[in-house]
Design a protein around this ligand. Structure first.
Ligand code: OXD
Length: 307
């Protein structure tokens, strides 16, 4: 079996070594080595040229959870299944990041950080959790892990997804018809949505305006779900209390972008969940062996819905 691997130069040796270890029966080539018709292609943000030169026989594996960059590629073959990473060590990291952000906001650590810098000793009153609804947008594998991690803290927890889901300890809302109700109860909004035609630009002036006064937005999904100028406008107008952002419309965040110095924005450089090579390769190897045995696999991307 022939595999072609394409990855950032920094990480490619590690991926290749792990693939060779876990799939010793495979011949592994790395892009741009010429392999015109490999059985499997494993890619992360490939150049359009790759699919002009390479015709994958059985499947294309996306080496990340989000397939937006891959699906946007005009050269991507339409008749070969695209399979994304599922969890592979990312769900736990996402849950940690989101839980940390929610607790930091609830316990007002952001305020104490400023107070310390300005040498201000100002204890703030205890706040009832009942008034502090947390909403998770997107209830895929990652969103569900975030919601499950938050359940034990006792916030009124809500989840929103395209289709209705049922999760223990979470009030669930579905579709456009229930979006306003969901947003209206989310004092902290955690965005874990995929970037699709339906979600790009979803968090703009009107929808962000439906969040309760003082609300905080945590985006660990994709930058293009949020309209940057609208977020800044609502922060400056005092309607939103803050934002914690790990993903951006342009990455790395351009040096002159207003997010860098905004007093109510905390940014991290797309690190909420990084791909764990060993877990990812183990998952891909299981799927390749299943495909070779003629069995079905999970994580096949629905090209219509875009995730
Ligand atoms: C991913 C990512 O999609 O790293 O996995 O953003």
């Amino acid at each position: 079996m022939n595999i072609l691997l394409q990855m950032t130069a920094r990480a490619i040796d590690e991926w290749r070594a792990e693939l060779e270890r876990v799939l010793p029966e495979a011949n592994i080539a790395t892009w741009p080595e010429a392999v015109s018709s490999p059985d499997y292609v494993l890619v992360w943000k490939p150049p359009p040229e790759l699919f002009r030169r390479v015709r994958p026989g059985k499947a294309i594996f996306n080496l990340g959870a989000g397939v937006d960059a891959l699906l946007a590629l005009p050269t991507l073959p339409t008749d070969v299944p695209v399979i994304r990473l599922e969890d592979a060590g990312m769900a736990e990291q996402m849950a940690e990041y989101a839980t940390f952000a929610v607790l930091r906001i609830y316990r007002e650590m952001d305020v104490y950080e400023t107070d310390q810098r300005e040498q201000r000793w100002l204890p703030r009153p205890w706040r009832a959790k009942a008034d502090f609804g947390v909403g998770v947008m997107g209830l895929g594998m990652l969103g569900r892990a975030i919601a499950a991690a938050l359940v034990p803290f006792g916030f009124p927890l809500a989840g929103w997804s395209r289709e209705r889901m049922s999760l223990p300890g979470v009030a669930t809302f579905a579709g456009a018809a229930e979006l306003a109700q969901f947003l209206g109860r989310s004092r902290v909004l955690v965005c874990a949505l995929p970037s699709t035609a339906e979600t790009r630009g979803l968090l703009e002036r009107t929808t962000l305006g439906l969040l309760p006064p003082g609300a905080h937005v945590v985006n660990i999904a994709r930058g293009d779900i949020v309209v940057d100028d609208d977020l800044v406008a609502l922060l400056d107008a005092g309607h939103l209390g803050g934002a914690t952002l790990d993903v951006f419309n342009t990455e790395p965040l351009p040096p002159d972008h207003p997010f860098w110095h905004h007093p109510r924005i905390t940014i991290t450089p797309h690190v909420a969940a990084v791909t764990v090579v060993a877990d990812s390769v183990a998952q891909i190897a299981v799927k390749i062996r299943r495909i070779e045995a003629g069995e079905a696999v999970t994580g096949v991307v629905d090209r219509i819905h875009g995730y």
